[in-house]
Design a protein around this ligand. Sequence first.
Ligand code: CP
Length: 311
Amino acid sequence: MKHFLQENDFSSEEIKEIFTQAFDYKANRNQRPTNDLRGQTWGMLFHKKSTRTRVSFEVGINELGGNPLILDQASTQIGRGESISDTIKVLSRFLDGLIIRTHGHEIIEEFATHSTIPVVNALTDFLHPCQIFADCMSILETSCSSQNPFSELQGKKVTFFGDTQCNMANSWILAGSLFGLQICLSGPPAFAPSEEIKAYLVKHNLESTWVHEPDPEIAAQGSDYLYTDVWVSMGCEEEEKQRKQIMAPYQVNERLLSLAKPEALFMHCMPTHPGEEVTEAVLSSSQSILFDQAENRLHMQKAILQQLNQH
Ligand code: CP
């Protein structure tokens, strides 16, 4: 049984197939629906709010000829304390796959442990692998000559600003290791990359290709891509005031963009908070590709589901 809980769950060969398939789905979207998930029902269990992930999975499953089934805590026995193992053992009897957005990464791991259907990570507090695969697709389509992430992403510098302990920062660290990207994480020392992600790299024998640079102006220099995310991640609302203060020097603005390579692009996984982690001027500049990133969630996730369905 194959799951997609973290970026390194697929082999190199599978990743190449996924990227090729994602570009193919994008180029041939007018041929929808395909029969790739025909007659199947995939559950979607979201413990956190979502616009892009939820809609892109729901639309994507429909476009693959399958049926998405939205589940939530409030209207199921999960909200009344039914165990994860019983829940997934029962859901495995009904569904063909389960997509989960939740809090702790250990929650999705527990679902996967007891599951006989594929489980897909639609974001945990630790990682956001569907977003990162779609972002790498966006990089490939904007400035690379082929669709092979292993040959084309090698050596490109992605600089992530802000909360460098968040799930997106962790996912960039893993993407760097997989694809040979140079990952620069620029945030306050108090939010430097966590021991958890460092231990994960060691445990999975993954190469570290990242550095932490607390000076945002030094970090921006030579960057091919400037990336940021909200300063106050879901679940951190109580720290909002302190986070906004400490992260202020890491706002992606025209000054930081001017220090990167002249052809550098700005990326954001959205939702944005203009005037906080990024300025309106950068968001609306011709160097900003965030809507391509959002669209590519659809094509990439379809390719991920198609790949999982082959196992
Ligand atoms: N980027 C992302 O995951 O967006 P949503 O929270 O809207 O799904």
